[in-house]
Write a protein of this length. Structure first.
Length: 395
């Protein structure tokens, strides 16, 4: 509330005049910055990329945003000060994507990049069957938003676009979820049949039918395939019987030991540190923020004194650069506390492996001990950034 009050006080103190374009543009930037700080502080989950042009004593608003409210406040603040302006801001999604403002991942893993090109940095990944929002289009790439609200770009070959009716049908349909680390979807009810595609841990497809050995499944693009029943389970049954406990967090995390490190990865094909923690919690029925710098802002703070006291299995440990008088704290790494007599935690660094905070252990991690920033508890904590899938579908 204090931030919002300061924000509106700032708007009231700004007096714009088109007689002095340089001064006006500076004041406009102050207004824009104040609005962005309140409504879109993290561009990874909310866009407010707006610029100002001054032409013939008139302000032109350009750029794009996903927040109608933020843009409306900006316009109101200019109107109240009698600033003459033209609004050319795109509110995403818009006509660039038409009525197909949704999509579903059609490959086992889709690579979602920071820019609309294959050479761009890998920001995150999506799993087969994952429902997405489509915000924009540029060439062969679509700007999408994942269930954890992460915004970035995916190439058209990785998704099947849908309208509102189609995505609602997909979301309501009966599905299976793949529970092994790796596997295949076959063209017929045989392991010797042609492979339709691979599939990885957490992937899901529409249920069609079953016999004693195989599930018949349908892709979002209507391909048909067959998955071995001992490698998958009906999604709602899986979720209903799932318990996000400390023991299950440890059990799932240990099945990923040896998975390779991949910057931007969130799948069994490769994962970065926060992709690992995210995947462990996802397979326990919980969606958590994407990056370590976002994950540290969710949950309940524990171990305030940084002595590894009061920690419980499943807590997230954060590492990075500690704050100094000159620089802010910077979170660069995260792991999961296992809480045994060896003071072990599990994390993705090089690959997924166990490390210890006990100096007497052979796998003592001195580097991360020295850059330990604190821990957060997610289990049984109410936080709008921690999404319980059971609550989401009212199980």
């Amino acid at each position: 509330m204090k931030i919002i009050k300061l924000f509106f006080l700032l708007l009231l103190t700004v007096s714009l005049s088109c007689k002095d374009s340089e001064k006006t543009m500076t004041e406009l930037e102050n207004v824009r910055t104040a609005i962005k700080k309140v409504f879109a502080p993290d561009k990874r989950v909310e866009l407010f990329d707006i610029q100002f042009e001054f032409l013939n004593n008139q302000i032109i608003l350009k750029g794009e945003t996903t927040s109608k409210k933020a843009l409306s406040i900006l316009q109101d603040s200019l109107n109240k000060r009698n600033v003459d302006f033209i609004n050319a801001v795109r509110i995403l999604p818009d006509s660039a994507v038409g009525n197909q403002q949704f999509a579903v991942a059609r490959n086992s893993v889709i690579n979602i990049r920071s820019q609309p090109k294959h050479s761009a940095e890998l920001g995150t990944q999506g799993l087969l069957g994952m429902a997405l929002k489509v915000l924009d289009k540029k060439g062969d790439f679509y700007r999408i938003q994942t269930p954890d609200n992460y915004i970035s770009w995916v190439d058209k070959g990785g998704i099947t676009r849908m309208n509102k009716t189609e995505i609602d049908t997909w979301n309501r349909s009966k599905k299976i979820i793949f529970t092994k680390n790796f596997g295949y979807v076959y063209g017929e009810k045989s392991e010797n049949a042609i492979i339709v595609s691979d599939i990885t841990l957490g992937g899901s497809l529409q249920y069609v039918s079953e016999d004693h050995q195989f599930y018949e499944v349908k892709y979002p693009d209507n391909r048909i395939g067959f998955i071995k029943k001992n490698e998958a389970v009906i999604y709602l049954s899986w979720l209903k019987n799932l318990k996000a406990t400390q023991e299950n967090i440890e059990s799932i995390s240990r099945t990923m030991i040896g998975f390779p490190y991949l910057w931007g990865g969130t799948s069994s094909k490769g994962m970065d540190c926060s992709g690992f923690t995210k995947m462990v919690y996802l397979m326990n029925g919980v969606i958590i923020p994407r990056d370590a710098s976002q994950q540290i802002n969710a949950g309940k703070t524990v171990d305030i004194n940084l002595k590894f006291e009061g920690l419980e299995k499943g807590d997230l440990l954060f590492f990075g650069r500690k704050a100094t008088p000159e620089k802010n704290q910077r979170v660069t790494h995260v792991g999961i506390w296992l809480g045994n007599d060896k003071m072990e935690f599990i994390h993705a660094s090089g690959n997924v492996h166990l490390s210890s905070m006990d100096k007497n252990q052979s796998h003592y991690d001195e580097m991360n001990r020295n850059r330990y920033l604190g821990s957060k508890r997610y289990l049984n904590i109410e936080d709008h950034n921690i999404i319980d899938l059971k609550e989401k579908i009212k199980l």
